[in-house]
Design a protein around this ligand. Sequence first.
Ligand SMILES: [Zn+2]
Length: 407
Amino acid sequence: MKRLVLLLLWLCSTTILFASVAVLQKAEIKNNELRLKFDRGYNKGDIRHFTLNHPYREIFDIPNARLKSSRVSRGLKSSHCRSIRISQYKSKTVRVVLETGRGYGCTPYRPLFAYNSYHIPLPPFKVGKSVKHTPKRIKTKVVVTRSKHPKKTKKVASKSNAYVIDTPKNVYRRGKGELIVIDAGHGGHDSGAIGGGKMEKTLVLQIAKRVEKHLRRKGYRVYMTRRTDKFLKLPQRTRIADRKDARIFVSIHANSVPKRKRNKAQGIETFYLQKTRDAKSQRIAARENRAVLKGAGTSLSKKVIIDSVLNGPKIIESNKLAIDVQRHILANVRARYRGVVDGGVRHAPFWVLVGASRPSILVEVGYISHPRERKRLFDPKYQELIAKGIADGIQSYLNNREREIEL
Ligand SMILES: [Zn+2]
């Protein structure tokens, strides 16, 4: 009975909370987002988001809300918007208008654990000046505003100049400044695999730098474990990711096999950390692990560390990330090159992935031992496609996670 009373009380209080008017206390521009802060939780599903043309505007109608004072909306300026306007549109509706000139797949969100905040990302491009990345494709954009009541769900279609970054199937969202650690394997005295006089450490650094460029374009922050030909111990690499509180860790490597097999083994493989019985994965892991086993890290019990990370949810996430990255690399390279082999998503006990407490993968971009693949791998055009594939995969993974959280 006591429980029932408590439940009723709780229900009443939440109804009152959401039914009463939320006061918009603060509006500020931070990290290229317009951040609204209310005095209480609001009902996200009721916010109506739609776009209007001539000039292009993103509009948000927030019902059951009022401005604390007209001062809240003053002085909001950004080089990424022609204007930002907030007004008391109706007696109980606050309207936010962003005049951006063109669409950009704007996806507002309520930050986790901040039920009184509403964040609206501003465009990745600046307005007024020449724009760095021109839209690749003109496409009909559909903005779906999710509502608590299915009938109310609104679809606003505009045949405007919507900004589409990637494949037509997916309207990708802009990265919200999340930090990605890109780790170019080996370096310094550790040259990694060698094939035809070419070194893995050189190749993976070239590709890593390209990945960095693509990720930054998408709005992510990137930390490179190395930018030069220097040696880093393997545990140092993931420690960086933890210290920087990165969202994702991606290590880039190239594969190789002994001479007698060099014409056979080829293709792209993406790994995540897990114990395996697969002999091939074990061999690759053994080769990549060589550097650390020689180093100081051996005083730690390998088994203890591996076991400690194997049971976490990170494995599922790393697996999902690996699938997205592998899929996008293949889609990118196969659009231009024939006969690229899909080595698949595999798991193996890579040391570089041990100890990173975030989704972590290792991409083997190809076999440096295979004559044709080696030639491609050192071709800037091919490198560019691989790098774009890795960046697209990361973006796809993060967008999917965000959607899961919102649902
Ligand atoms: Zn390697």
